[in-house]
Design a binder for this molecule. Structure first.
Ligand SMILES: [Fe+2]
Length: 254
């Protein structure tokens, strides 16, 4: 059975529904993306949000998001980004998440695949880090699932992407993650957000996929932040029982 997973990322919602980020109303765009996500043909098994849910870190922003996602709750998995308030996520989405130490993670088995969410937030900073305790936890998860295909979800990509200003706020301990993944080749995909653009990066033991924001887009290969005029979007992942997968990004005109 094919398992269809949707990834949404970098919502940057604010309590004020008309609030803008870089001249763009993130709420309007997210509403349009959710409408499109709801119209995806065929059964969808999971909706995974890979961080930066809120831009203002306000509790009411998370509450409004939970209300909006009511019909998706059984399928919803969440990890934090650099802009999120872990405490607000815990209070709002408590039963939808798993907590390891103070990290918000998830481990989710679906038809021969295991989806693992990691927490790369360094509180108060834009850069990311998994930390040795979480990497040790991940190693335990992978060791006990050597016979399964695995997709990782994490906010900060563990690769340089060629934009000077984003590479400066990258995942600091990416090398440690890769040395771990080199020993666990059943990890096929690392699915990320943070960079507000679509990229596919090969050359490591797993393919790195980055997904557009549901709101503001960043221009690739830029030295400083430049807003891209491409539409927002989300990713569709189709995972097959034999460990292969197909994926594409759906852009949503608003
Ligand atoms: Fe973001």
């Amino acid at each position: 059975m094919t398992v269809r997973v949707l990834q949404l990322t970098d919502l940057h919602l604010m309590a004020d529904p008309l609030a803008e980020l870089k001249g763009i109303c993130t709420r309007t765009r997210f509403d349009a993306v959710m409408r499109a996500a709801s119209e995806v043909v065929g059964p969808v098994e999971r909706l995974i949000i890979t961080g930066d849910l809120a831009h203002d870190e306000k509790h009411e922003t998370y509450s409004a998001l939970r209300n909006q996602l009511q019909s998706w709750l059984p399928k919803l998995r969440i990890i934090p980004g650099n802009h999120d308030d872990r405490r607000a996520i815990r209070q709002t989405f408590g039963e939808r998440i798993q907590v390891d130490s103070d990290r918000i993670v998830f481990v989710d088995a679906v038809a021969g695949w295991t989806l693992i969410g990691l927490d790369s937030q360094v509180t108060g900073e834009l850069r990311g880090e998994l930390g040795s305790a979480q990497l040790h936890w991940l190693e335990l998860q992978l060791t006990s699932r050597s016979d399964q295909s695995i997709a990782l979800f994490v906010h900060h990509p563990p690769v340089l992407i060629g934009s000077l200003w984003i590479d400066a706020i990258r995942m600091d301990d990416a090398d440690s993650l890769w040395s771990l993944l080199d020993r666990h080749k059943q990890v096929r995909i690392v699915c990320c957000g943070h960079i507000h653009q679509e990229q596919t990066i090969v050359g490591h033991s797993a393919i790195v996929l980055t997904t557009p924001s549901t709101g503001v887009q960043f221009q690739p290969e830029s030295e400083s932040l430049v807003v891209d005029s491409v539409w927002p979007g989300f990713r569709v992942l189709d995972l097959e029982p034999d460990g292969t997968f197909r994926t594409h990004v759906i852009r949503v005109s608003v």
